[in-house]
Design a protein around this ligand. Sequence first.
Ligand SMILES: *Cc1c(COP(=O)(O)O)cnc(C)c1O
Length: 406
Amino acid sequence: MEQSTLNNSDLPAIEGGKPARETKIFYGHQYIDEADVEAVVEVLRHGDLTCGPKIKELEDKLCCLTGAKYAVVCSNGTAALHMSALAAGVGEGDEVITTPITFAASANCALYCGARPVFADIDPETYNIDPQKVEEAITERTKAVVVVDYTGQSVALDPIRKICREHNLILIEDGAHVIGTKYRGQANGSISDMTTFSFHPVKTVTGGEGGAVLTNDEMLYQKLLLYRAHGITRNTDLMAHEPDGSWYYEQVDLGYNYRMTDIQAALIISQLDKLPMFSKRRKEIVERYNEAFAKLPSLFVQREIPESDTTRHLYILRIVPEKLRIDRRQFFDALAAENVCCNVHYIPTYYFPYYEKLGYRRGLCPNAEKLYEEIISLPLYYAMTDEDVESVIEAVTKIAVYYAKE
Ligand SMILES: *Cc1c(COP(=O)(O)O)cnc(C)c1O
């Protein structure tokens, strides 16, 4: 009797054992406290809903946090990338180098501008874009490089910046995962020509939706302001004609409505107060996961570069297929049966039918394609309890041990 109970808890739930958790846990979830609620309600009761003082307050706060000179907040991270590509002067016939292991928006921003994304492969152990592969992908048409701090670990920015300087390319850092991370002691956001943030609810800091572009360059800053609001300006220095009166403004370029509301800005300002706390907890969970999974030969732990002090947005579990009797899909399904509901970040961008129609084919980036076959994003978010973390470790360990090859 006792023997069978013991066996039952070692048996993966998918094989009829007892699940590691009774309730489902998901890979990410926002954390909203009373201060956040108050901040939003205050805007609703007394504030301007859009174009009000919360926008500037948030921009100042992002500059303060990162050390960047200028910040332009906007409607979401995708808009931030589009505005950055426009400000970089990306247009028809240009090429933009990026990684395939990212959300589609990192490459789509080139397409929005009539340019062609060119995919450079990743480093097989850090999973970030490989600087050497970036250099190899450069042609006379290359205008910009969009790097992604995948999972929140900083890209090797020094070598990438050197390459961009030598080839006269604009460096856009898609920092949707990176808020709270430092590269060589300097906050990401103040290093590349432009860095974009996203405040989607799965990200470390949220506004429901929201984005930002950070830069140290005054010229890029002025362009970003224009692209955020229809290409319209009230700055007389930028006008072609004498103002007709104090109501006068001019549309001097083709921009968009990519504004953020003050409601979102107030929420993000309040969330940013919790960033040190969010970072600390995420680091603790990552350390605990790494410690547990490093012991298992059928799992590979993502390599950290010493230059990056990482606030991790995603925790990537990577299987070593040669050491397991099951593949990633079966591992994923076995975790779901344990009530650990994961995700996969990311399907290589050029696998999508839209990209296939544009002529992209599988085989472009072998390291990225291999990674995609082996990864699962585990639950990682501030509000996870120690019991949650241990139950995820229990589930992963149970499956990795049970299905290990002899
Ligand atoms: C979330 C994300 C985006 C897009 O941000 P949105 O705010 O959802 O538009 C872009 N790139 C990466 C890497 C992301 O994770």
